[in-house]
Write a protein that binds this ligand. Structure first.
Ligand SMILES: N[C@@H](CCC(=O)N[C@@H](CS)C(=O)NCC(=O)O)C(=O)O
Length: 218
């Protein structure tokens, strides 16, 4: 059986969990140690052995051992082609892959910056990061102008941006009525069974550690 290593508050691990549930795969979810003080220490020995970057998610399926949420998306799509989570049209598929990459590498760095500026969340640097996130929201709003999902049909691009934005919401880069399409899209995403299942451990971890749960998840 597939083994998937994630963390209770792992954005990237939850991406992989949502995708595996969407594919209807049976898998064992292993939560690595994580808490507010020690963060991701001590590292799980399997994560240390498999991922030179020492991060989750990591996936094991018999003799296959891979890491990185985007690599895991690609593997799951080949392993289990239906339901398709990359659009089949060549150009739309490329757009979806780019949007998935952008969620992690263009949008999320603004959120990371907000995480590091929690001590000065009203200061100029944090405001600039929020403004950059807001500009990204406007771009995604345009993307949703004539379609329900970011790349037409529901795809890995939606899973990646949903998870990154969830962390944005936690760190003051809020979605507002300035982007009504994006608000609707987020509600649709939140109602998906696989998304609810994927984020359940995260909501639980926020609750037990006494941290606020974003309102849209309640
Ligand atoms: N690009 C990687 C990022 C993975 C990542 O940043 N994982 C975090 C948890 S969400 C982690 O394991 N951090 C612990 C560490 O870096 O020591 C992916 O998409 O999987």
């Amino acid at each position: 059986m597939i083994k998937l290593f994630s963390g209770p508050l792992s954005l990237f691990g939850t991406k992989a969990v949502i995708a595996a549930v969407e594919k209807g795969l049976e898998f064992e979810l292993v939560m690595v140690p994580f808490n507010a003080d020690d963060r991701y220490e001590p590292k799980h020995p399997e994560v240390l052995r498999i991922n030179p970057k020492r991060q989750v998610p990591v996936l094991i399926n018999d003799d296959l051992e891979i890491y990185d949420s985007t690599q895991i998306f690609e593997y799951l799509e080949t392993l289990c082609p239906e339901p398709a989570l990359w659009p089949k049209d060549v150009n739309t598929g490329a757009t979806a892959r780019l949007l998935e990459h952008q969620a992690d590498e263009v949008y999320f760095p603004h959120v990371l910056q907000l995480m590091m500026l929690e001590h000065d969340i009203d200061g100029p640097e944090a405001s600039a990061a929020r403004d950059a996130a807001e500009r990204y929201y406007q771009q995604m709003e345009v993307q949703l102008a004539d379609q329900d999902y970011l790349a037409g049909s529901y795809s890995y691009a939606d899973i990646a941006f949903y998870m990154a934005q969830l962390f944005g919401e936690r760190k003051t880069a809020l979605l507002t009525t300035a982007t009504p399409g994006l608000l609707r899209w987020r509600d649709t995403m939140t109602q998906r069974k696989a998304v609810r299942e994927g984020v359940a451990p995260l909501i639980n971890h926020l609750r037990v550690s006494g941290r606020p749960v974003p309102e849209f998840l309640l």
